[in-house]
Design a protein around this ligand. Structure first.
Ligand SMILES: NC(=O)c1ccc[n+]([C@@H]2O[C@H](COP(=O)([O-])OP(=O)(O)OC[C@H]3O[C@@H](n4cnc5c(N)ncnc54)[C@H](OP(=O)(O)O)[C@@H]3O)[C@@H](O)[C@H]2O)c1
Length: 281
């Protein structure tokens, strides 16, 4: 996929991975309609783009709201119909499912799944006005490997992957492609102190936001339909598909650590020796 000259709608542009990706895309010469809710973060991002060959158009919009999505669609049309839509906005959460909050679950499913679906549908006519276009979901390892302590997040990312895969198959006889690009743990504000502590304890490797953006850029250029970053993440995702009982057993070993970090006051056994797949969103 050629990125120079592309017109891109990017949600989550004010976030850690999204802002690094927006800069990388502008450096490639793309025009990026950069969506977020925090005006300050978008203004700062724009100031970093001024000397780059591309163009960044900041837009404050809440993707979970009808009026927010309507403004994105109007701004995209005005900017000249996008050929690339990248869904990077998401909410995370870490904790035991039994402790989870219903309102937070709904907000996560709205943000991580229903809003990207609605925005994709609303932008399809503009995307399909190009001979070649793509919808990209920034997924997660946990969209292929469900992890204890991340039940709602895993559910939202599994469902997002299902949507993207079905969309790609439904559009297989058109010029529209649907890509799933799954970063591994990345150092951004997305992860709470408890998640970072769990990752440290489990020895989970993390990428910087710039590394993640570089890998996303490479995946976009290559155009592969599915891309999982990181080793051993790739191996565990494959193993979970082929032999899920093995992953069940591995994650059983990580459970005491998950419980301790999810609910610090709870009396739980000390950490087992950890040779399992680590935690991260
Ligand atoms: N960080 C990781 O470890 C990790 C690992 C794998 C995958 N990912 C995935 O990578 C993507 C980016 O994550 P990140 O680490 O960059 O997260 P982040 O720094 O927390 O950024 C999240 C972004 O989502 C936006 N957002 C949330 N709710 C929104 C709403 N209702 N309307 C509009 N924008 C909304 C935020 O905008 P405002 O802040 O302006 O509200 C922000 O730009 C996510 O899809 C995440 O699931 C992250």
């Amino acid at each position: 996929m050629k990125l120079a000259g592309s017109r891109i709608v990017l949600t989550g542009a004010s976030g850690g991975i999204g802002s690094a990706l927006a800069l990388a895309l502008c450096a490639e010469g793309a025009q990026v309609l950069a969506i977020g809710r925090r005006a300050g973060a978008l203004a700062e991002l724009q100031s970093h783009c001024t000397r780059l060959p591309g163009r960044l158009l900041p837009l404050i919009a809440d993707i979970t709201r009808d009026d927010g999505r309507a403004r994105i669609v109007a701004a995209a049309r005005e900017a000249g119909a996008p050929n690339l839509l990248i869904h990077a906005a998401a909410l995370g959460d870490f904790g035991l499912f039994e402790d989870s909050d219903g309102a937070r679950r709904e907000a996560m499913l709205q943000t991580n799944l229903l809003a990207p679906m609605a925005l994709t549908q609303a932008l399809l006519p503009q995307l399909r006005s190009h001979a070649e276009a793509a919808v990209v979901a920034i997924g997660s390892t946990f969209g292929s490997l469900a992890y204890p302590g991340f039940a709602t997040y895993s559910a939202s990312k599994f469902a997002l992957r299902g949507f993207i895969e079905a969309l790609g198959r439904e559009q297989a006889d058109t010029g529209l492609r649907a890509l799933w690009i799954a970063p591994r743990a990345t150092d951004t504000a997305f992860n709470s102190a408890a998640v970072n502590a769990l990752n440290r304890e489990l020895g989970t490797r993390t990428d910087s936001a710039d590394d993640a953006a570089r890998q996303i850029l490479a995946a976009l250029r290559g155009g592969a339909r599915r891309r999982q970053f990181g080793f051993p993440e790739k191996l565990f995702v494959w193993l979970n598909g082929a032999f899920p009982a093995l992953v069940d057993r591995g994650l059983r070993q990580a459970l005491p650590s998950v419980r301790r970090h999810a609910r610090p006051a709870a009396p739980v056994p000390p950490p087992a020796s950890l040779t399992t797949t680590g935690a991260h969103p």
